[in-house]
Design a protein around this ligand. Sequence first.
Ligand SMILES: Nc1nc2c(c(=O)[nH]1)N[C@H]1C(S)=C(S)[C@@H](COP(=O)(O)OP(=O)(O)OC[C@H]3O[C@@H](n4cnc5c(=O)[nH]c(N)nc54)[C@H](O)[C@@H]3O)O[C@H]1N2
Ligand SMILES: Nc1nc2c(c(=O)[nH]1)N[C@H]1C(S)=C(S)[C@@H](COP(=O)(O)OP(=O)(O)OC[C@H]3O[C@@H](n4cnc5c(=O)[nH]c(N)nc54)[C@H](O)[C@@H]3O)O[C@H]1N2
Ligand SMILES: [Mo]
Length: 675
Amino acid sequence: MSHTTAARRPEAIVETACPLDCPDSCSLAVSVRDGRIAAIDGSTRREVTGGYICTKVRRFTERLYGDARLRHPAVRTGPKGAGRFSRVDWDEALDAIARQINDVRARYGGEAILPFSYGGSNGLVSQDTTDARLFRRLGASRLARTVCAAPTGAAHAAMYGKMPSVTYSDYQQARLIVVWGANPSVTGPHLVPHIREAQRHGATLVVVDPRTTPLARHADLHLAVRPSTDVAVALAVHRHLFEEGLADTSFLAEHTRGAERLRERAAPWTFGRAADVAGVPADALMRFAGLYATTSPAVIRCGWGLERNRNGGSAALAILALPAVGGKFGVRGGGFSMSDSSAWNQPPTWIGAEEPATRVVNMNRLGRALTELEGPPVALLFVYNCNPAVTIPDQNRVLAGLQRDDLFTVVFDQVLTDTARYADIVLPATTFLEGYDIARAYGPASLQLVKPVVEAEGEARSNAEIFGALAGRLGLTQAGEPEGDLDTLCRVVDSLPERIRRDLCEHGVALPDFGGAPIQIGDVHPRTPDGRIDLFPETLDTEAPGGLYTYRPDPATGRFPLALISPASGRTISSTLGELPRPTATLAMHPDDARARFLEEDDPVRVFNGLGEVRCGLTITPIVRPGTVALPKGLWRDATVNGSTATALVPDALTDIAGGACFNDARVEVERITH
Ligand SMILES: Nc1nc2c(c(=O)[nH]1)N[C@H]1C(S)=C(S)[C@@H](COP(=O)(O)OP(=O)(O)OC[C@H]3O[C@@H](n4cnc5c(=O)[nH]c(N)nc54)[C@H](O)[C@@H]3O)O[C@H]1N2
Ligand SMILES: Nc1nc2c(c(=O)[nH]1)N[C@H]1C(S)=C(S)[C@@H](COP(=O)(O)OP(=O)(O)OC[C@H]3O[C@@H](n4cnc5c(=O)[nH]c(N)nc54)[C@H](O)[C@@H]3O)O[C@H]1N2
Ligand SMILES: [Mo]
């Protein structure tokens, strides 16, 4: 489809929205000159954005027009991984894929096909529409999309039925702000000015993070906990609330269930015991508990850093339970913020096909799925909206799988990613500046219209169109069903409630019925079956090894004593934009750990464990706590010396609940490279 919207005008500013995987979901004002994008800026259409955006998206034209951009379909001509391809046209590419799909189905059945997608598009049109229809009707294996937010999402759902969050601007009303395992300065920057404003008005800031994040530098109290010990810290606060008579018993009686069970599990967690486990002073924990017990409004920004370990689900539950036990709800600026991606009544996306009862593959175990699954094996992998070669745990196993000669891999992406280099066929995708979509925020709730600002580069096509075309080729569409992106957009828009559709079409933005700034247990309420906050969800208790609210200790062996975390970086969104030039990556290490290993600033080092090694530079910095080291999340393979990134060191172990990834639960040793 050709988009002429603004492209032909000499100078125009187009209002659209950023759908990248970030809670802020910014409204954008994009300047176009001679059919090319001249500048990308924040707009004021959405209040949260307030006219400013991050440098990454300001630089998005470097991806749009960059060397790594895929501009036409291509087939592999070199060995897998070499990245050598030759151009074909769309018909040839789609015919070849359709042929492979038919062959694989005839030989093994549909389950031998594995669709693999995650954080690339985040749109109601470009995900879970014609793609889902195709793979469902093929009877493909189903993907458990667990790489992110699985434990926090399961906790939020079970405890509160995903009750909507305290919105960013209401942080200004809080007297106590707890930023827990989140780094909004990098990962959701529009929250930060509200926190700083609250501080100017005397609010107290507590940060719980193994690193001294930018906000931790400005905090009144920074608990630099060992990774994966948050459950112990939160339970020590619960114990204090219960034992000191500071729990809000009338709130608990009226609005919750399971408080007694939570109290029992918290009972052993004295400040001393939690302090030992978390590696922070007991009096700091005591101070935190005292502040939390006595200050209102108090709000907790619960991030995702704390979920990515063996105790992540229990940690999320224990943290999210604090405002209930502490009686923090019912006032503006009191409660918690978690993901709001499905926290309000937005409609389901249009899918049009029943989900088959085929096998479920946990995406965090892609390496094993490709190398170990039988009955049937994965014979065809279709990757889109995702870059698993660098973003999924146990990188070496993933790469070994992608290397398989008997695996047919299709990668549909905007750029030649590290995953695309292993493809048999690569397909060029449009960016959010080249097609229609509806962006759904997971920070402050909203839907926004995403519009084509320029014509697609080369022969790039949208997900909706290509999955529609493939289904058509395979005879899997029915009369009247959408096939392209505009008719898919129309279906999605048609499925929206009248008021939301109108707001979206007339203003480009739609907010939920509660307007976007709800008071928790005031304007919005738990959406659990009985309307109560479930402080002890029994099903999760059964699922979690050892039961809910159990701290499972460090699996470290003496050989790998350092905990490796891989937080989000300001240069990329996951691995998106990782193709842009950057210096060789460095490992961040505390001076004490460096001294113990006779390491010096800028030393070339190998970071290793039983799964792999990463060769990179070294930055010695007190930003990370002793015993913990950090590599950036989302690096492309050429950002290190040996082509391995943090995920090469991450085990494909799963979190206590919901099958999440354990990115922040790797154990490593570090040494200087001497040759
Ligand atoms: N610039 C940028 N923005 C992003 C992203 C990005 O890659 N780049 N990614 C987006 C995505 S996909 C997501 S899910 C969000 C993530 O948003 P955040 O959760 O804010 O990001 P992370 O960096 O994963 O983790 C936050 C903090 O958790 C800390 N941490 C690590 N382990 C632990 C632990 O065990 N306990 C505690 N208390 N803290 C711990 C880290 O040091 C880090 O500072 O950000 C989104 N926004
Ligand atoms: N070491 C480490 N690794 C991590 C994490 C960590 O904390 N540490 N965090 C994890 C987290 S939070 C997340 S969410 C995952 C994300 O992991 P991924 O889902 O792999 O996310 P991205 O790396 O952003 O890759 C998305 C890809 O989709 C492509 N894309 C974008 N829009 C479209 C479109 O419309 N159509 C098509 N076909 N393609 C499109 C982009 O170009 C990009 O290559 O990474 C995880 N990886
Ligand atoms: Mo994520």
